[in-house]
Design a protein around this ligand. Structure first.
Ligand code: UT7
Length: 335
């Protein structure tokens, strides 16, 4: 292991979403809701829902393959794979091991990271530290979720919000510390764990006829409270990160926030005094894809040329735990 701190950058991005589109109109035929309610309260018009062959590892592998190709690397050059997910294919082995096998990656480090919707920013912090310390040279960081598998499709307060998908980046050594990944900051507060959680399926409530009858294997959320916390902690961590790196909010070219609700993003934009037009939003087409939301948005922003070389980018995440995080990136390449 080298003792120098290596700069870290993003070498390539990729994403993959299921083919099946489910519109608000389609949902309104099975639960007591409407396109008007969903769109006006969240900004979502449709989401992707995985088919039987679209597991979290499968979508993650497709996104990962695209990111490795975009990085111009061979699979044999990937030293580690981190899969950020709260909907792994199964409790064990890790989804990262399954992705490693599907992509034919070297038999080195592979593990899952669970920080719910903040997973990708947490993963960025861990992967960056591994590269900075010289432990690994190239890390494949994947955010992949098949949230449809833990949704109670009879609960209108949650089933309209989420969707499936995956996004990935390859991280490697950069040229300078003020380029690529400039800084990452994360936070957590377990005292609000029950604002957003899935009670069953873990070791405290293993699957039983009773737990299934009590619908404990589905996601539960106190949406209104989560909304309030999301805005407050993302504002705070964003300002802390900018202060630490001596960056003024006016210098930010693009904000890629967790895609949960346009009203959260709009409130955040006002509080941070960064124009809403600088926020990349694709939740209208995917809903909330949890740990996949930010890397999926990054890949779309690159492809749409909203995210361009030289731009200063702020990532903002929030999720169950509660967890949250922010990252500051100078997108690689010359202006
Ligand atoms: O990714 C992790 C983080 N998650 C989030 O960031 C989600 C944060 N929270 C939110 O985005 C919003 O709180 C929601 C979109 C979940 C809900 O919006 P809201 O404006 O906070 O609505 P509410 O929960 O206060 O519900 C308002 C009304 C209720 O009816 P009453 O009690 O006022 O008669 C609900 O029963 O809307 C009703 N309602 C619905 N009506 C039609 C809730 N869901 C639906 C629905 N269709 N799907």
């Amino acid at each position: 292991m080298s003792t120098a701190s290596h700069p870290v950058t993003i070498l390539g991005t990729g994403s993959s979403v299921p083919a099946r589109v489910v519109t608000n109109e389609e949902l309104s035929r099975t639960v007591d809701t409407s396109h008007e309610w969903i769109y006006s309260r969240t900004g979502i018009t449709e989401r992707r829902i995985a088919g039987t062959d679209e597991s979290a590892s499968e979508m993650g592998a497709r996104a990962g393959r695209a990111a490795i190709e975009a990085a111009g690397l061979a699979p044999s050059e990937i030293d580690a794979v981190i899969a950020c997910t709260m909907t792994p294919d199964m409790p064990f082995p890790s989804t990262a091991c399954l992705i490693q096998q599907k992509l034919g990656l070297p038999t080195r480090t592979a593990f899952d990271l669970q920080a719910a919707c903040s997973g990708f920013v947490y993963g960025l912090e861990v992967a960056s530290a591994l590269i900075q310390a010289g432990v690994h040279r190239h890390v494949l960081l994947v955010g992949t979720e098949r949230i449809s598998s833990i949704i109670d499709w009879t609960d209108r307060s949650t089933c309209v919000l989420f969707g499936d998908g995956a996004g990935a980046v390859v991280l490697g050594r950069g040229v300078a510390h003020d380029q690529g990944v400039i800084g990452v900051k994360t936070g957590a507060d377990g005292s609000d764990a029950k604002l957003l959680f899935m009670p069953g399926g873990g070791s405290s409530v293993p699957a039983s006829a009773e737990s299934i009858a009590a619908r404990q294997h589905f996601l539960r959320m106190n949406g209104r409270e989560v909304f309030k916390h999301a805005v407050l902690v993302m504002e705070e961590i964003a300002l802390d990160l900018l202060r630490e790196h001596g960056v003024l909010r006016g210098e930010i070219d693009l904000v890629i926030p967790h895609q949960a609700n346009f009203r959260i993003i709009d409130t955040l934009a006002s509080r941070l005094e960064i124009p809403y037009s600088k926020f990349f939003v694709n939740l209208d087409r995917y809903g909330n894809t949890s740990a996949a939301s930010i890397p999926l948005a990054i890949d779309e922003a690159v492809k749409a040329e909203r995210l361009r070389p030289g731009q200063l980018v702020l990532l903002l995440a929030f999720g169950a735990g509660l967890t949250w995080g922010a990252a500051l990136l100078r997108w690689p390449g010359n202006k």
